[in-house]
Design a binder for this molecule. Structure first.
Ligand SMILES: CC(C)(COP(=O)(O)OP(=O)(O)OC[C@H]1O[C@@H](n2cnc3c(N)ncnc32)[C@H](O)[C@@H]1OP(=O)(O)O)[C@@H](O)C(=O)NCCC(=O)NCCS
Length: 169
């Protein structure tokens, strides 16, 4: 007889699903403090992002928005879109967020891994991040998952550079 399937606490409490329109307020509530802390995204920390601006940034251009829930609470997300049009549209681009209280438990890694798989299913053949802050802790995660720095753009965010990461899928 097969032994019973065992799930780690992580697997049993984190759920990933596609976002719906009804998730927009919770996604915005997740994104706002990340912007306010100046973490990872270029929006001005002292200008609260409006629902319209958030929709235009995270939702409207996306081919897929996924959310992560823990005990029914929306605590993480990624958005994925084509990094360019036409002959550049085979390269995906994605952004990731995890609420501060839920970090360091593997959720960010799970979102990135999930997005790589989804990108393949959607027909992309590479993934590129255009805007990785040099001091972002996600860099080591990206590098462990096979991304490499293919460029550095000087003096983008308050005089600091941003890195371009890329990997083949
Ligand atoms: C980046 C982010 C999504 C990671 O989420 P997370 O759930 O904490 O990630 P994980 O728990 O899967 O950690 C993944 C790895 O990232 C690194 N990491 C994540 N947060 C870190 C932190 N605060 N300090 C140092 N390393 C950290 C660790 O190396 C970790 O490696 P490990 O798997 O060996 O422990 C989250 O910190 C976040 O939302 N940050 C703000 C938004 C952002 O910067 N997004 C990325 C834009 S490029």
């Amino acid at each position: 007889m097969e032994p019973p399937a065992t799930a780690s606490p992580r697997e049993s409490t984190q759920t990933l699903r596609l976002a719906t329109d009804a998730d927009e307020p919770a996604l915005l509530a997740l994104f706002r403090p990340i912007v306010a802390a100046g973490e990872g995204y270029p929006q001005h920390p002292d200008e609260p992002i409006t629902p319209e601006a958030f929709r235009a940034y995270w939702i409207a251009p996306a081919v897929a928005v996924w959310v992560a829930e823990v005990s029914g609470e929306l605590v993480g997300s990624y958005t994925m879109k084509a990094n360019g049009v036409g002959r550049a549209a085979h390269v995906a681009n994605a952004g990731y967020i995890v609420g501060r209280a839920h970090r360091g438990r593997g959720l960010g890694r799970r979102l990135v891994e999930h997005s790589l798989h989804q990108a393949t299913l959607l027909g992309f053949d590479a993934m590129q991040f255009n805007f990785v802050f040099a001091d972002n802790p996600a860099r080591s995660l990206y590098e462990r998952l096979g991304f490499r720095v293919v460029g550095e753009v000087p003096a983008v965010i308050d005089g600091a550079p941003v890195l371009i990461y890329w990997r083949k899928l």
